[in-house]
Structure formats: structure tokens, C-alpha cells
Design a protein around this ligand. Structure first.
Ligand code: MG
Length: 292
């Protein structure tokens, strides 16, 4: 199943992608159920929705044409967004650092999240905005100190993620929270593909394409810590709740470590391509540089 949220901020509704062009409005179809994916997952209703949808047990009245819908982050309001640093050897090598010996965790503010085709807006004080293509894991069941063997049973599915990063703030602070948490610096989507449909999350092709140029290209099999190890590790340090996101790290090819560095410019179009999920596209809006 591919599931998503649609509608503007504050008005998001949960949906299921029935085909390339059709979205089923869950809140319209089943009005007694929770009205967002975080609480649908917490109530364990996602399996029931998958069963009813595959059996065709819904009304055409609640099916909308997909393209005009505004897509929100699939989980608009997670309790947290956990992200990993240096989880690909190629990204560690481009900064002359070793890959992380154990998963290196940092936080992104949930308020940074935006959906597919939302504009990433760079504030004037941040002059080195950069992209990072990643796979996101979406937690489906509460995970607290889970074993690696059991870890993926706590994952609802995967989505594409762009860990947009303000390198000025990131390097100046030597802490990553501010530079990773600007509003709109967390594009995710367009939808979540359930684990039963995606297959092995540790073997998907991942690319970042900016204005048609491939800037990053890797497979998730190159991750130092794979999906199950990541979930088990994080769950030993903090409880993962339904709807929480884990951004699993980015491969080599980010802008800041290129020679010469390339930063995001006004009018750029970023696309994260994740095999089995599709394309998460976001335009960039950036004020002109001072005096320019
Ligand atoms: Mg990252």
C-alpha cells in the first residue's frame, strides 16, 4: 500500500494512493477513525485499511483525482525526526572523516517538514543551503529496546527524504539542530510505501537530481548501519512512536564538499529518486545575495 496525506497546513487528511491518478480520502470514507496517519498507525488500523482497499471496499465518492491535490508530509506531525550522520562511507570520505562507528544521531525539528512540490525557502542569513538525498523509515509500532531481528516489524514503510541543510548554521554551531531545522528544510514523500510492498529497504537505488543533473547516486545497501540495525539502535536510546521518522543518512555528492562547492540557488529544482517510492521534487526559493 502507498499512503499519503493531502491538504494544506492544518487541514491535512489521510489518504491511500489507489493508482497513479487516484487518492482515497480515508477520513471521508471511514469518518469514525482517527483523522491522521500518526493516530491511524497508533491504533493499528493501517492493516485494516490495506485489507479493505485491496478488497475494493470503499465508495467512489471518496476517490479524488491525484494531480490537483496538494500533498502534505505523509506524517505531518510526528513526535520526532531522528537523522543519521555519516552513514555512507562515500559521504564520510568526501569530508575526510571515517564512517560512523555506531549510528550518529541528530534531530531535525518536525516543523521543518514539507510535502512533495512544496517550496524550500532559504532565509537570507543562510548562504550555504545544500541538499541530501535519503531514505526515511516511518515507524508503525512503538519500539522500545527492540532486537535487531524484530526491528523491521516496527516499521510501517519507507519514504523519500531530503535532509536540506544550512551549512552556515551547521558548521558555525558545530551542532546540527539549527542548520537542519529551518522551516521547509525537511521535504518528505510523496507517500509512504509499506514494507510488504517495498521489499528489502536495504537494497534500493537512491539519487539526487538537481536541475536534471545527477548529484548523488547510491544504493541503500551501501549504508553502514542498515534499516534493522538503525531502528534497534535508536530504540535502545529513546522510544520510537508511531509516525516517527528516521532519515537514514546521505551518500557522497552533497554540494558543500564538491570542488568547487555548489549551493542551492533560487529556482533550482531538487528531486530525490528512491526506487520503489518514486520522485520527491521540491523547488528552491532564495533571496538574492546582498548587493547582488
Ligand atoms: Mg543527512
Amino acid at each position: 500500500m502507498k499512503w499519503l496525506s493531502f491538504g494544506g497546513p492544518g487541514g491535512e487528511r489521510p489518504g491511500v494512493l489507489l493508482s497513479e491518478n487516484e487518492v482515497l480520502d480515508i477520513a471521508g470514507q471511514w469518518p469514525r477513525w482517527p483523522r491522521d496517519w500518526r493516530h491511524l498507525l497508533a491504533a493499528g488500523i493501517d492493516a485494516e485499511i490495506a485489507r479493505l482497499v485491496s478488497a475494493g471496499r470503499y465508495s467512489a465518492r471518496h476517490v479524488h483525482a491525484a494531480p490537483p491535490l496538494v500533498l502534505a508530509p505523509p506524517i505531518p506531525n510526528p513526535s520526532k525526526v531522528v537523522a543519521l550522520g555519516r552513514n555512507y562511507a562515500s559521504h564520510a570520505a568526501e569530508q575526510d572523516r571515517p564512517a560512523a562507528q555506531h549510528p550518529l544521531l541528530f534531530a531535525k525539528a518536525p516543523s521543518s517538514l514539507v510535502g512533495h512540490e512544496a517550496t524550500v525557502v532559504v532565509v537570507p542569513q543562510e548562504t550555504r543551503p545544500d541538499y541530501e538525498a535519503e531514505m526515511a523509515l516511518v515507524i508503525g509500532r512503538t519500539a522500545r529496546d527492540v532486537a535487531q531481528d524484530d526491528a523491521l516489524s516496527h516499521v510501517a514503510g519507507v519514504s523519500a527524504f531530503n535532509d536540506v541543510s544550512g551549512r552556515d548554521a551547521q558548521f558555525k554551531d558545530r551542532l546540527w539542530f539549527r542548520g537542519k531545522s529551518y522551516d521547509t528544510f525537511g521535504p518528505v514523500g510523496p507517500w509512504v510505501v509499506s514494507l510488504d510492498e517495498i521489499g528489502d529497504p536495504d537494497d534500493l537505488e537512491l539519487k539526487m537530481i538537481v536541475n536534471g543533473e545527477v548529484r548523488q547516486k547510491a544504493r541503500t545497501s551501501e549504508m553502514v548501519a542498515g534499516a534493522a540495525m538503525i531502528v534497534a539502535y535508536v530504540s535502545r536510546h529513546m522510544t520510537l512512536l508511531p509516525g516517527d521518522l528516521i532519515a537514514t543518512g546521505t551518500p557522497g555528492g552533497v554540494g558543500v564538499f564538491r570542488d568547487p562547492p555548489i549551493f542551492l540557488q533560487d529556482g533550482d529544482r531538487m528531486e530525490v529518486h528512491l526506487e520503489g517510492v518514486g520522485i520527491l521534487a521540491n523547488p528552491v526559493r532564495r533571496p538574492k545575495e546582498e548587493g547582488g
